[in-house]
Structure formats: structure tokens, C-alpha cells
Design a protein around this ligand. Sequence first.
Ligand SMILES: C[S@@+](CC[C@H](N)C(=O)[O-])C[C@H]1O[C@@H](n2cnc3c(N)ncnc32)[C@H](O)[C@@H]1O
Length: 196
Amino acid sequence: MSPLFFSSHSHSNGFQLGCGHGLPGIFACLKGAAVIHFQDFNAEVLECLTIPNVNANCLKKSQNLATDVADQAELRFFAGDWSEVHQILPHIVTNGKDTNYSPGPDQSAGYDIIFMAETVYSISALPSLYKLIKKCMSRPHGVIYMAAKKHYFGVGGGSRRFLSVVEKDGVMAASPITEVADGSSNVREVLKLSYK
Ligand SMILES: C[S@@+](CC[C@H](N)C(=O)[O-])C[C@H]1O[C@@H](n2cnc3c(N)ncnc32)[C@H](O)[C@@H]1O
């Protein structure tokens, strides 16, 4: 079974970084994830965009199970910069070599699946984004699914630039899931990253 899909009895926990509308997190919720946490830089985005969208999609009655989908999932929302938001996340890895943060008593060992879409456009933010991922992705089985343009013209970031940060660190490997090229706009791709 692909780790992107959760069984209805799954204990998998997922995290969407830079969520905005939160579509991948919502999809995971609808597929039976036990936990989905959402992060955005702005609390206002979470309040005005993410939470209403999650409510509209995840609180629908499930036709098959006749129960609220959200009854089965823990949905939480966290606002903050990637350089410090780990301090309020419940699922943090403590044995990573780059992690000197001590979790509270209710914190556990990382997220099984991290989703992100359109988060790697800013070159200056890539190191803090990657550090955060290493702090909160479970080891050794955690995976990241990231969707992005290969290159964002005008700002310089992109999936390829993010991969150069990952490759320089040397502990994770990336594999392609799909590529979308319409011949006129930037090439977009979905990548899966995991520990080697
Ligand atoms: C272009 S939006 C993408 C939103 C959504 N994932 C989508 O695909 O529509 C970029 C997201 O990354 C977040 N973000 C960018 N830089 C950040 C930073 N330094 N710290 C925390 N979040 C950041 C923004 O708050 C926003 O949620």
C-alpha cells in the first residue's frame, strides 16, 4: 500500500507545511489519517482560509460510515515561522543530530507523512524549511510529498534548489512521483523524499 493512502484504522499522522487552503492535508484526512496537523506562517490564513476549508470538506458526513470524518482524525492548526514553529508542534524527533530541542511530555517522535505544495520558492527560507522537516519527520520511515515548480522565475527558488539543500546534507533521497509540463508555463513536479 502506498504510504500516501491511509486505512480507516490507520495510526498514521500527517503534517502539511505551508498549508494555505490545505488540500493535501484535507485529502489525507478524507483517506483516513489518524492525525493531520496544518501549519501556515499566518494565523489569519489558518482562521480565514484553512479552517473553513477543512470544516467544509472534512466535517461532511461520510456516506459509507455514517460518521463525521473528522471524528476519526485529530485536526490541529499551528501558526509560525519555519525557524521556530517546532517549539509548538506535538510531534518532534529528539534523536536527530541537528535537533537540540527537548519536547514536552505530550510530544512524540515525528510525523509519518509531511505534505507541502508551493513552499520552496524563497531561496533564503530553504535552510529553515529543511531543518524543520528534519526536526519533525519520523525516523527512519517518515516520507515527504512535495509539489512545486522546478524553478520560480524572479525569486530563484524551486524544487531543484531545495533538492540541492537536501543532497548537500546527504541523509535523504528524492524520487520523482510525477511531472506536469504543459509546454508553456514552468514545469511542476511532485517528489517523494525519505531517509536513505
Ligand atoms: C505560496 S503559499 C502555498 C500555499 C499552499 N500550500 C498552496 O499550494 O496553495 C506558501 C506557504 O508557505 C508558507 N511560508 C512561506 N515562508 C514561510 C516561513 N518562512 N515560515 C513559515 N511558513 C512560510 C506561507 O505561509 C504559505 O502557507
